[in-house]
Design a protein around this ligand. Structure first.
Ligand code: CMP
Length: 137
């Protein structure tokens, strides 16, 4: 099943010069293609849209602040079962719970600064692609 997903390499990944490493892992999956890619500093309005489901949670404000703290790399990846696949590559939200071999398991420690975001469903992917790449909607 060919799908597309919206991926963000978070400010910690850019600051720590892990962009090439993480993009490499995505690129090496057979048949997946990066079809859009942009380095961009996110402002509050776009983050409020992106994280609308988390408004009111205790981690929301620090999360928005962190996500606006430096540039991110936003990309669209297309390919076979790519939504589930990128989330597998990323590992679970808490990097300490993430297995070695996953992006978060190999490089992360802090829950908020967990290096990568990837859409969690086809509905989220379509919503998030519209937010970050309105021309590709
Ligand atoms: P992500 O799954 O990409 O989107 C929601 C983000 O909120 C998540 O990654 C983490 O960066 C952050 N997050 C989720 N739960 C917590 C938490 N308990 N404490 C701090 N940050 C969190």
């Amino acid at each position: 099943m060919t799908q597309r997903t919206l991926v963000l390499l978070k400010p910690d990944a850019v600051r720590r010069a892990l962009v090439g490493e993480i993009l490499g892992r995505i690129e090496r999956k057979a048949g997946w293609t990066i079809t859009a890619l942009e380095l961009r500093t996110l402002d509050r309005p776009i983050l409020e849209q992106h994280y609308a489901e988390h408004v009111g949670r205790p981690f929301y404000e620090p999360l928005v602040e962190f996500m606006a703290s430096g540039p991110v790399v936003a990309l669209i990846v297309e390919g076979e079962r790519v939504i589930e696949g990128v989330r597998q590559l990323a590992g679970p939200t808490d990097p300490i719970a993430a297995a070695p071999g996953s992006i978060r398991g190999d490089f992360g420690v802090i829950v908020r600064e967990n290096l990568i975001h990837a859409s969690d469903s086809e509905e989220s992917a379509e919503r998030e692609v519209k937010i970050f790449f309105p021309g590709r909607a």
